[in-house]
Every structure is written in C-alpha cells, then in structure tokens.
Design a protein around this ligand. Structure first.
Ligand SMILES: [Zn+2]
Length: 447
C-alpha cells in the first residue's frame, strides 16, 4: 500500500466507461483502458542509472532482431543542391548517369524493401572458423519522404554543412524535420555523418548515381547515423568501431560478432592491442576495408551487417543514445505491435527515456516504475496482469507518433459490485510527484 501523505492521484477504474462510446472500432470486452488527464509538467529524473538500464535496455544485444519483431521505418528526406542549369551532378532531366531516372533507381535500391532491410551473408578473406550468425531481416527499412532540389550555384560546391542545413530550414522549416536530412551537393568532400540542431543528418557528394557503389555508400553513411563506426582503421575521419567510435574493445558496444578474438589473419593485431582493451579481449580491426563485406567496411559491394550492428541500429531508434545525434525522431508513425510484446516479469525502474514500437505486459506481482519518459506507438497498450502495478513517479507516459495517440493502460477486468459491498476496488496505477499519462485515447476522470 502507498502512504496517504504521498502526493498522488488515484485512478478510478470506471467500469462505466463503455466501449461503445469511446471505442466504437474496438472491442476490449470487460477490460478497462484508462486515459488520464494531463497533470502538471513532470520533472523527469532521467539518470540512466538503474540496473535494468545498464544490464538490459542500454545493451545493443538486447535489440538484436528476432523473426517476428516489428519493422521500424526511418524516414529520409533528400535535399539536392545543383547548378541553376541542368549540368554537372544531380540534373533534373533524363541524363542516364546524373538525371532523375538514375536518382530514382538509386533510391529504389535502398528503399525497395530489400537492400536496406535484408543483409547479405558474411564473406571474409580470413578467419574461416569464425562464423557470425546471419540474420537476414534487420527489421529496419527506409522511406524517402520527398526529394527537394535547390538550384544554388554557391551551395552546390560549398563544403559547409551548417550553411546547407540553414538554407534548407530557411526555405521551409518543415523540410528539416520531415525525415532525416540526406543532402547531396558537389563539394568533393567525402560523404559523412553530420547533425543539425541535435538531429542526425548526412551530407555526401557521391560521384554519380552509379547504382552499385551509390547503394552501398548510402547504406554505409546511414549506418553512421545509426551509430555504427567503420570496421577498418581509417585516418580520414568517420570513426572506427573497434577503436573508440562506440564499440571499443571491452566496451558494452564491442562488436564481438564482427571482430573475432585473436584473429590469426589480422595483420594489425599488434596495433590493436595498444588501444583501449579489457583483457582478454584481443580483437583487431579489419586490416583493409575489403577484408570482409561488412556494410561499414566501405567497399563497393558491402552489404553484410552483423546481429550486434543490427541491434545497435534498433537500440538507437529506442534511445537517444547516438552521441547527440537524435535519429528516432525520424521514425515513421506506426501501430504498436500487440503480439510481440515486451514482458516485464520482475519489477523494473525505468529511469531512461525510451521510444517504443510494441506493447508492454507487466506480469503478476511485478511493478513497472516510470521515472523518465516512455513514448508509445499508435494504439500501444501497457497491459497490467492481475496483481501487477504501474507507477509513474515524476515521469511521463505518452505517444511519440504525430498522427495518432496510444491506447492506454489496460487493467484486469473488475467484478461488478453487488449492492452493499463496501470493499475498495484495487488500485493498479499510481501517479506520483507530478507523474503524467498523456495522449492516451480514453478519457479518465481523476480525483
Ligand atoms: Zn564511413
């Protein structure tokens, strides 16, 4: 029981909230879905220190995709700076190499439901006894929201990301928000990960729309936006995953399915062991970019992605943990997965900010305490089994989707009271310290 001097709001489980008026499209039988009116702005304590964060939700391995997991779509918006005339790169005509048809086929090759989503198998010139599991479906796909052309001679050749982003925003601020910006111009700088106002963005000057190189190049650059580093050592920037970009040897983000320990074929193991290590981790980078066909190897035909790399991509659509480059804000609105739910079977404290793509089920006897922000997908539900509890302690549960709300908290069915029965209905949900449940579908009176 909760002490009465704590400031919290009782949620009344109103069996009178009929499914007819509020859920004309849905039938929840006798179960009750709650919506709570907004309460004063919560002061979330998002400190990322709970053991469940450290051991589970922050780990890329937790998010390695399974066969029935929901597919998450990353929206990408293309911004093309070109000369005023249709000449050079990125023409708005029928030029077979640099015209719109070539652009279309390049974009198709990363968004047609195959190349961006289905990984090829590992092929390596070394480590024959090292078998990384092959997961074909990465459960991430891309969608191009729009292609915008900017006939601006100066910006066409300018190597200055900030100026490009500012120009786009000045033209129409919505363009910078509708999808992750993917900017083409002809500055001859290498393709690279960038950011604008805390969000991930990519700027590239790929030489033309050569479909094979263009495809692996774009998938590689987008890989950086997901927080993946190179699998080889490079001196010209971009970050190496074995080193310090995110997955240094011995760190939580170490890619043990890319870099085999004590790899006999590694030509630079000596060098690798000088880097931050956590013995007995003795990995090394891939000695040349084409040592394997990894997507982050940077070579022409590379399309292999390891399970942990896939897991990191999906994690970074849940957490804003990509070195200040928010990517999850560009997730496409989607309905919450009601079948492949996250099950909470022991009590958990969520002191981290998370964006979800599936329902949550809290098992009997467990309590889910939300201290930070949980954002649900469309019609998402948090289902409490009998005896389970939900506490929103200074945090907020809301929806991240722009087009629709989440469903609400589903509590166990309540028995109809008989006349004279003075027992109090059990309380399953508590709001403490300004905790709030927002943007849920159902109206809910609060006392
Ligand atoms: Zn790169």
């Amino acid at each position: 029981m909760y002490r009465s001097h704590l400031k919290f709001l009782f949620i009344f489980l109103m069996s009178s909230l009929s499914s007819k008026t509020l859920f004309s499209q849905r039938n929840f039988g006798s179960e009750t879905i709650l919506k709570v009116q907004p309460t004063p702005t919560p002061s979330p304590s998002c400190i990322n220190e709970s053991s469940v964060y450290k051991k589970k939700y922050s780990q890329q391995s937790f998010y390695v995709p399974k066969v029935n997991d929901p597919v998450i779509t990353l929206k990408i918006t293309l911004h093309i700076f070109k000369p005023i005339s249709d000449s050079g790169k990125w023409q708005m005509d029928n030029n077979k190499i640099n015209g719109t048809a070539a652009l279309q086929s390049l974009l198709d090759s990363i968004t047609n439901g195959h190349q961006e989503r289905y990984s090829s198998k590992r092929r390596a010139t070394y480590a024959k006894d090292f078998n990384s599991p092959h997961i074909r479906d990465s459960k991430i796909k891309y969608e191009i929201t729009n292609v915008y052309f900017y006939p601006e001679q100066n910006l066409y050749t300018l190597y200055n990301d900030q100026a490009l982003f500012e120009y786009i925003e000045k033209t129409d601020p919505k363009r910078i928000e509708e999808g992750m910006p993917l900017v083409f111009n002809a500055s001859n700088g290498p393709g690279h990960l960038s950011s604008y106002k805390g969000a991930a963005a990519i700027v590239t000057t790929i030489s033309n729309f050569d479909p094979v190189f263009g495809r692996s190049h774009l998938l590689h650059e987008i890989g950086h936006a997901f927080g993946l580093g190179h699998t080889y050592v490079n001196t010209s920037g971009g970050g190496s995953d074995w080193q310090n970009f995110g997955g240094a040897c011995g760190s939580d983000d170490y890619l043990s399915d890319v870099f085999p320990n004590n790899n006999p074929a590694c030509q630079n193991e000596n060098l690798a062991t000088f880097k931050p290590t956590n013995a007995p981790c003795m990995s090394c980078f891939e000695s040349t970019p084409d040592t394997s066909n990894n997507i982050m190897g940077g070579q022409r035909y590379n399309l292999w992605m390891s399970p942990l790399q896939m897991g990191r991509r999906i994690r970074n659509m849940h957490l804003n943990a990509n070195a200040g480059r928010n990517l999850r804000q560009f997730a496409k609105d989607m309905e919450s997965d009601h079948k492949n739910v996250w099950t909470i079977s022991k009590s958990e404290d969520w002191d981290f900010d998370i964006q979800l793509y599936r329902d949550i089920v809290v098992k009997a006897g467990a309590t889910l305490t939300v201290k930070c922000k949980v954002a649900m997908a469309i019609d998402g539900k948090i289902k409490l089994e009998p005896g389970a509890k939900l506490i929103v302690d200074g945090g907020e549960i809301t929806s991240w989707c722009k087009s629709d709300t989440w469903q609400g908290v589903q509590t166990p069915a309540i028995k109809k009271k008989k006349k004279g029965d003075k027992s109090i209905a059990p309380v399953y949900i508590k709001l403490l310290n300004g905790g709030a449940i927002n943007k849920a579908k159902m109206q809910m009176p609060i006392n």
